[in-house]
Design a protein around this ligand. Structure first.
Ligand code: SF4
Ligand code: SF4
Length: 83
């Protein structure tokens, strides 16, 4: 399973990916973010579910290991941008 530390960085950077436009309150922050936490975590949309997205969209084109590596790298970059 992908190890998300729930830092919330990705949920504050939605304006970097048009896929998330409908969740963006207008400044890149998700309408469902409460502090650093997702207020609808158990019901969050598929595009917010890293493991489920792999199973649905990426399992045929890359290994889970590579997919995790790409996502961990994206998390790292987002965290660095907030430092
Ligand atoms: S940036 Fe990465 S570690 Fe932080 S909440 Fe998003 S997916 Fe989880
Ligand atoms: S729905 Fe939850 S997990 Fe998805 S971007 Fe918003 S706050 Fe983050």
């Amino acid at each position: 399973m992908f190890e998300c530390d729930r830092c919330g960085c990705c949920c504050r950077s939605l304006n970097k990916n048009s896929l998330y436009a409908q969740l963006d309150r207008g400044d890149g922050v998700c309408i469902y973010l409460d502090g650093d936490q997702c207020s609808i975590y158990n019901d969050r949309p598929l595009i917010c579910r890293i493991d489920e997205c792999y199973d649905r969209f990426f399992s045929g084109i890359m290994s889970r290991e590579d997919y995790y590596r790409v996502n961990y790298e994206a998390c790292k970059r987002l965290k660095e941008m907030e430092e």
